[in-house]
Design a protein around this ligand. Sequence first.
Ligand code: ZN
Length: 85
Amino acid sequence: MSWLRCEKCGKKLLQRMPNGLFSFKFGRTNDVDNTPIVDLKVHGSLTMLCLKRDCRHRNVFNYFPPTISIENNKEPQSPKQKQPK
Ligand SMILES: [Zn+2]
């Protein structure tokens, strides 16, 4: 999964799953499995205020195009390099 960051301060806000869904997880339970309290999946575009208190920038995350703000900036569709013999 890749992280989508606040376009103003760079804080990590959402994750983008390989199938294109936006994933927002917030909070931790005290359970052994350590699952998040909030586990939200969004199929579509959304806006979100930055979680950072002194930022509060409203970010717009568009469902299309599917590749935005991908960390490491790697293209998943790039073909694997073949080893020359
Ligand atoms: Zn921010």
